[in-house]
Write a protein that binds this ligand. Structure first.
Ligand SMILES: Nc1ncnc2c1ncn2[C@@H]1O[C@H](COP(=O)(O)OP(=O)(O)OP(=O)(O)O)[C@@H](O)[C@H]1O
Ligand SMILES: [Mg+2]
Length: 329
């Protein structure tokens, strides 16, 4: 059955879930998985299990943001963070076993935070994720929020660091204060903007102040959620800032195995030829970021759909690789 029809069917089942319907629907999910349509099967499965699995997975109370909402900058009244709705969070990641384990540990500790507290232990609350561009740093933060069912707030540095530099530090304080009773994942994406080594700053005095405020805020940060900062230029980050994190996770570039898994995941909704020479495709993609691997696989899939081909074939990949030569070594 066509993918869109299946998704519509499952959405309507969601409104009227009888045990028989759920049983048949589960068989369809298994069948799609067997056909190699992993992505579709996952989507269908999450529609089917939506309201039953989520509370079971991690159960804790998510409090509402105070009626005042997300704190705003004083001058223009613009929110200092943007909230990204759950359905827009990217979460289907391909990671090597070691990195997956590190991210999983963060999730597990958060889910067990009450039990840990009972024994006087603290969960990993402030996390720094670093690595090359396009390897899933921002996506990891979204995935953690998605898996934990936590609201996701992304700091707006464009608003935070206004042309009125003197206000940046007070904006940071307002935001941290305003959300301290609101468990969420707070993403400070590309923290290098504020975390640059103090000596490198143009406006040394002001950056000094901002970094110092951030250091203090991180030290005292005791919200009930998670703070995740990302950077791809870790060497320019102030070392004092590094020490304030409870965990530092490196996001590596994908190895051959992950390149293959990522490619297959990306094209899982498309019928594929059995003749595709994966080895040669992976060799061309070696050294690329996950984002580029996904782009090439998507481009190949699009070429086959636009060409009205019944199957995605090797030459679609060849063409997509050629088109993306700029990004590949
Ligand atoms: N590990 C991964 N698994 C699946 N997809 C990935 C992964 N990493 C990256 N991607 C793909 O690459 C895109 C970009 O990822 P993301 O925005 O997380 O990169 P980033 O490391 O934050 O990059 P930047 O440093 O440029 O901000 C994602 O939308 C996704 O399509
Ligand atoms: Mg990013």
């Amino acid at each position: 059955m066509n993918q869109e029809l299946l998704l519509r069917l499952f959405r309507s089942i969601d409104r009227n879930k009888t045990p028989d319907l759920v049983k048949v629907a589960s068989l369809i999910v298994d069948d799609e998985k067997r056909k190699g349509h992993v992505r579709l099967a996952d989507k269908l499965n999450s529609l089917l299990t939506k309201d039953r699995t989520e509370p079971q997975k991690f159960s804790y109370e998510v409090k509402q943001l105070r009626s005042t909402g997300i704190p705003t900058d004083r001058r223009n009244n613009i929110p200092l963070a943007v909230r990204i709705p759950k359905e827009q969070l990217r979460h289907e990641m391909v990671l090597d076993a070691a990195t997956e384990k590190k991210i999983r540990t963060i999730e597990k500790e958060f889910a067990a935070k009450e039990r840990l507290a009972h024994h006087g232990l603290k969960y990993r609350r402030n996390i720094l994720i670093y690595g090359a561009p396009g390897c899933g740093k921002s996506m990891s933060a979204e995935r953690i929020a998605w898996n934990l069912g936590l609201p996701f707030l992304k700091v707006r540095f464009d608003v935070m660091i206004s042309s009125f530099l003197g206000e940046t530090a007070s904006n940071l304080t307002r935001l941290f204060d305003g959300i301290k009773d609101f468990p969420c994942v707070l993403l400070l994406d590309e923290i290098d903007i504020v975390g640059k080594t103090r000596s490198q700053s143009q406006d040394v005095g002001e950056m000094h102040r901002i970094v110092n405020i951030l250091l203090t805020l991180l030290e005292d940060y005791s919200s009930q959620g998670l703070l995740i900062a990302t950077t791809n230029v870790e060497e320019t980050i102030d070392h004092a800032l590094f020490r304030r994190f409870d965990d530092i996770v490196e996001m590596p570039k994908p190895s051959r195995e992950e390149i293959k898994r990522l490619t297959k995941l990306t094209i899982s909704a498309i019928n594929q030829s059995q003749e595709i020479s994966w080895d040669s495709i992976i060799t061309r993609l070696e050294g690329a970021s996950s984002a580029i691997v996904v782009k090439v696989a998507n481009d190949a899939a699009k070429l086959s759909v636009i060409g009205n081909e019944p199957l995605l074939q090797q030459f679609h990949f060849e063409k997509a690789l050629e088109e993306n030569n700029f990004y590949l070594k």
